[in-house]
Ligand binder design. Structure first.
Ligand SMILES: *Cc1c(COP(=O)(O)O)cnc(C)c1O
Length: 414
């Protein structure tokens, strides 16, 4: 029936994909939420599993012909359980945001209180920012980091005692420190709150054994699968057995329809990769590479939010360098280095033109960058920021970036 390939049938789309692949190959990808999946993950994503409807769960589907997607989903769940030590896993959430939304609907009634971190202090939009639909339904109260950039547990406890939240939520998008799950669990127990961790950014670091794992301690843990965990774009929920039914019902039929089984297969492949010994090396190297950036930026008088980093990312307040986060992002883009502008705690500027930039090491680490390359990257970032108006200088850095990336090819050319 079908004879056409992308090349023959739709060269327009193929050419755009080629351009995007070239962009990924030739730049330094430093957005901390991005990564490069393996060819095996891409293969599973592009498989015929995308054709199959399988509403429901393993062994309890609303469609026939689900025997093989059941095998796929079972493998994904078993591997995730093994990585994180989870009692129950739901691999169907389409991404990180729907995973969080499903948890709220599973465990809360409209008007219930969630204690989550302020966006400008490193929290995520889905943790109750007023622009989200969830903030219209549930009552989100925001805690902040203290003057030293740490989560102030005394303040968190005082807020918990005052507001009696139904959920205490930790796990962040721009916070660079370790999280003390036991202590937060103790506070939650004191006020009878459910503990929820959103490990979207750091799941790969937890899987690789270089950061604390909340799964054995907390009631519910959500994650994306496409950030440090290095799988396909998607979400996942892990929880205690006692919450399994409520969580599963909230995902389907509560929120979603048919699961994307090609994506679930790709998650399973990524989980198998995360169980390999090399994954531990990758996770260790991500943190080592971030530490190099920390040391170098501190030497060059950059203000690091939260005082530095213990994970894969740095949030830099660049207001002392005479430009905004947006201007820095644009200059770095021109130099071939992709980062993102970001709010700093209690940022006096606006979200579209904030005081900071956020950058991280997962994607470069996947490419094979180690300490020596990171020293060079730190130098280029500083040069681009200090010469942000100088087009010739930025072009010159871009040319050097291109030379370096050629030594670290990502994928076979299309
Ligand atoms: C990225 C992220 C999400 C959202 O994930 P999407 O896949 O973009 O929906 C949720 N929570 C945190 C903490 C994140 O960093």
């Amino acid at each position: 029936m079908y004879k056409h390939s992308l090349k023959d049938f739709d060269p327009d789309i193929l050419n755009i994909i080629k351009k995007e692949q070239k962009r990924q190959e030739e730049g330094l990808e430093m957005i901390p939420s991005e990564n490069f999946v393996s060819p095996a993950v891409l293969e599973a994503l592009g498989s015929v599993l995308t054709n199959k409807y399988s509403e429901g769960y393993v062994g309890k589907r609303y469609y026939g012909g689900c025997e093989f997607v059941d095998e796929v989903e079972t493998l994904a769940i078993e591997r995730a359980k093994k990585i994180f030590g989870a009692e129950h896993v739901n691999v169907q959430p389409l991404s990180g945001a729907p995973a969080n939304i499903a948890v709220y609907f599973a465990l809360l009634k409209p008007g219930d209180i969630v204690l989550g971190m302020d966006l400008s202090h490193g929290g995520h939009l889905t943790h109750g920012h007023p622009v989200t639909s969830m903030a219209k339904i549930f009552n989100f109260i925001r805690y902040k980091t203290d003057a030293n950039g740490k989560i102030d547990l005394d303040n968190l406890r005082a807020m918990a005692l005052e507001h009696k939240p139904k959920i205490i939520l930790v796990g962040y998008s721009a916070y660079s420190r370790e999280i003390e799950y036991e202590k937060i669990k103790n506070i939650a127990d004191e006020v009878g709150a459910i503990t929820m961790a959103d490990i979207a950014h750091i799941a790969g670091l937890i899987a690789g054994g270089v950061m604390n794992n909340p799964v054995p301690i907390f009631d519910v843990v959500t994650t994306t699968t496409h950030k440090t965990l290095r799988g396909p774009r998607g979400g996942m929920i892990m929880c205690k057995a006692k919450l399994a039914k409520a969580i599963d019902k909230a995902v389907f039929p509560g929120l979603q329809g048919g699961p994307h089984e090609n994506n679930i297969a790709a998650k399973a492949v990524a989980f198998k990769e995360a169980l390999e010994p090399e994954f531990k090396e990758y996770a260790k190297q991500i943190v080592a590479n971030a530490k190099i950036l920390e040391t170098e930026f501190l030497k060059m008088d950059y203000k690091l939010c939260f005082g530095g980093t213990e994970n894969h990312l740095l949030l830099i307040d660049i207001s002392n360098k005479g430009l905004s986060g947006k201007e820095a992002e644009t200059a770095l883009d021109k130099a071939g280095i992709t980062t993102n502008k970001n709010m700093i705690p209690d940022d006096p500027r606006s979200p579209m033109d904030p005081s900071g930039i956020r950058l991280g090491t997962p994607a470069l680490t996947t490419r094979g960058f180690k300490e020596n390359e990171m020293l060079q990257v730190a130098k280029w970032i500083d040069e681009a920021i200090m010469n942000w108006k100088d087009k010739t200088k930025l072009d010159d850095i871009r040319a050097q970036v291109l030379e370096l990336t050629k030594k670290f090819p990502l994928y076979p050319t299309l």
